[in-house]
Every structure is written in C-alpha cells, then in structure tokens.
Design a protein around this ligand. Structure first.
Ligand SMILES: [Zn+2]
Length: 412
C-alpha cells in the first residue's frame, strides 16, 4: 500500500464546503463513539451500523449529505479507537490505557471507493456526494495514470495550515531488490548524535525544533498579543482577523518543522537500510522517557518512534530483517566480554576493568544491540566477521515475519 499526496486547488467557497465535510465526518465518528460509551456491552458491529442510522436520522439532516462509504470510514475510526483501548487493556500496558475521546479538531475526511471521481486525464477530482464540493485540481508530481483505478482503495482530504491536500491510498505490491552489502548494524539512538552505529559511524542530530525555536516563539507571542480576552465571565468574544492571521502563521511555522523532521527521518532510514543487510535497534519506551521535563522537548524533536517506524517500513520494502531489542543494560554491558560496568549518563567512554576495552559509550551500546538483535533473530554471531553471509540467503522473508512476532512480544 502506498499513499500519494496532492495539493487540492479550488475556490474559496469549495474549501468552506470541505470544512463542512470534515465537520460532518467528525460528527459521525463521535456519534458512533457515543453509542459505545453510553451503552453497555455494545458490540463493534453495532458501532459500525450506527453510521448508517445517523445518516438516515432526520434529526441530523446534514449528516445525510455524507457519502455512505465516508460514514463507514468514520465509524471505522471510532472502532479503531475502541479496539486500541481494548488491546492496551489486554496487553496490560502500564499507566493510562487510552480511553477513546471525542474528537474536537479532526482535520480530515475519508472516502472509500465511492463518493469521488477522477477526470479522464486524472489531473482533477470531483466529489460526488450531496455536499457538492465540486471539482478540484490535483497539484503534485505524481502521475495517477500509472495505477489502475481499482487499486485506489481510499481517498482522503487533509486540512493543513497551508491548505488542503488529497491523499490516495493505492494497493500496489512494491518489490525492490537491492544488492547485498554484507554488513549488519546495530544502532543506538541518542540526543547528541542522532544515532551511533555498531561500525562506529554516526549521524548528527539535526535538532529541527531547536533551530526554529526563535521564530516559533516570535510567532507564538504575536498570537498571544492579538488574543482578545472576554470582559465578563462566560461571554464569548469574536477574535480579530489579525489574530486568525497570526494563528495561521504559527501553524505554518510548525508545519515547516514537522516537514523538515520527516524528510530527515525518511532519508536517514532509507540510507541505513540500503547500507546494511540487517538492522537491530532498541525499542525505547518514549512515553516514559518524555516524562523527564528537562529532556522531553529534545526527545520529541528527535522523533525516534517515527524513525524506527520508517526503518521497519524500509525493511519490509527491501526485504531486509529489522529487529527491535529491549534496551536493558545495552549501555552498561561491555561489548567485548559482557561484564556489567555501571556508569552515569555523563560518562561518554566505556572502559572495561576486566578486558580493558576502551570504546565510545554509544558505540559499545550499538554493538550490544547488534548482538542482542542477532541472537533474537536466531543467528549465531561471530563478531570478528561482520559480513554475515547467511543473512542474504532466502531466509529473509521468514526473518521479517519473525521480526513482526518479536515486536509484538516486546510491546506486551
Ligand atoms: Zn570487557
């Protein structure tokens, strides 16, 4: 499955209709969730059927304008939120279980195979439901003519600070085979270095948020200064156009940071998978790590979860095994002899009293992660021969499957 994104170009009135579509989509999703929260022992199939009932309910005439497949997609979103909550409860995830919430600022509307139509040259899209949003121009560098129309399984409109986008989810098999490199890598994620690999190579942390912070703060101050407070309690004040303008500018600045971060993460993950036949990384519990208030912003900015997600994705694409390992003792154990050497975070060099190995702290951790990963993948390891011949053999797909099971186990 791939997702292609285009910018939607239309008239201002059309965009307002899209806003209405997004609001209705959110309304249906929330109504479905309401049924589950208020009722007892509500089955997921009933939640699914609720979407159709809402569309035909005369109390909400506007909900009937939404295409039926879009209403289904909305109820699916409610169901996936419920399912995630159940899964977390079943897996006994420590702390909050993520009880589903009512959405307030949904930014997208989703269609399945109906409710939209592409023009013959596939450069324009028309939304055919009762909202009558009309035809939009698709601006982007992809060519939809390349794919079969039947392969387009979902069409999604997403609202961002700088406009409206249309995403096409297309079911295509992607098979890319690249030449084996004869290398296996363990990677240690960090803040001073984005990652340190077991072969000693490092990638600098780009710190996108830190770099943009000054501009972000300026934009945020502008928003605050334009905000009108209410004179009396409970009285609603209409915000000025300048306030809205300032909000948009702030949103755009955040969007830029977000895009730079994603671009970096995707490219780094791709380069990593292309340069190695096997990747082991540590499965960090970022949710717990960000509780450290001094580091939370830097940790979020580093986008480790996003990065490892893309490593997994490229692993699937290139059919190269990717294994997540538990992070316990990876930085304290000696990669040479296995002695546990306790050290504080400020000690940047690993010095082993037993085998007198002196090595960079992160590199030591990366080596440990590699060993753990290869062990988990069920392979014997001989560190003196980093080029591991057996990995390139036909067992790759099996390893990918194995890895899926592993990551399931790790999250439990
Ligand atoms: Zn040692």
């Amino acid at each position: 499955m791939i997702t292609l994104e285009f910018k939607l170009k239309g008239r201002e009135t059309q965009y307002r209709i899209v806003d209405e579509m997004i609001r209705t989509f959110q309304f249906v999703r929330n109504k479905c969730l309401r049924l589950w929260i208020d009722g007892r022992n509500v089955k997921l199939s009933e939640v699914n059927a609720e979407a159709t009932k809402i569309r035909h309910n005369l109390e909400f005439p506007w909900a009937g304008k939404l295409e039926s497949s879009a209403a289904q997609a909305a109820s699916e979103r409610a169901m996936s939120a419920i399912r995630r909550f159940y899964d977390n409860c079943k897996a006994k995830v420590p702390g909050k279980k993520g009880f589903p919430k009512f959405q307030k600022n949904n930014r997208s509307v989703e269609y399945k195979v109906a409710g939209w139509k592409l023009s013959s040259d596939r450069k324009r899209i028309t939304f055919t439901d009762k909202f009558k949003a009309g035809t939009f121009k698709l601006v982007g560098s992809y060519d939809l003519n390349f794919y079969a129309l039947k392969a387009i399984k979902r069409v999604r409109i997403v609202r961002r600070s700088d406009g409206y986008y249309c995403q096409f989810c297309i079911a295509v098999e992607r098979n890319i085979s690249i030449a084996p490199t004869g290398k296996c890598l363990g990677i240690d994620l960090g803040l001073s270095k984005f990652y340190t690999a077991s072969d000693g190579s490092t990638v600098e942390n780009p710190r996108h948020l830190r770099k943009a912070e000054k501009a972000l703060k300026r934009a945020q101050r502008r928003v605050s200064s334009k905000f009108r407070t209410h004179k009396k309690q409970g009285e609603k004040v209409k915000q000025s156009n300048n306030y809205k303008k300032a909000c948009r500018r702030l949103g755009k600045r955040h969007l830029t940071v977000q895009r730079r971060r994603k671009d970096f993460v995707v490219k780094t993950a791709k380069a990593l998978l292309e340069s190695s036949d096997f990747i082991a990384y540590e499965k960090l519990n970022v949710k717990n790590l960000v509780k450290n208030h001094k580091l939370s912003k830097s940790i979020s900015d580093a986008a480790w979860t996003q990065f490892t997600g893309w490593i997994e994705r490229y692993g699937m694409l290139y059919k190269r095994p990717v294994v997540a390992v538990l992070p316990q003792y990876t930085s304290s154990d000696c990669s040479g002899c296995g002695t546990r050497v306790k050290k504080s975070l400020s000690v940047r060099t690993h010095v082993c009293p037993k085998c007198s190995l002196v090595i960079d702290r992160d590199e030591n951790a990366a080596l440990n992660i590699l060993v753990k990963g290869l062990n988990r993948a069920g392979m014997a390891l001989n560190l003196s021969t980093p080029g591991h011949g057996g990995i390139n053999a036909s067992g790759q797909t099996n390893l990918c499957l194995l890895d899926e099971n592993l990551s399931d186990k790790l999250t439990e």
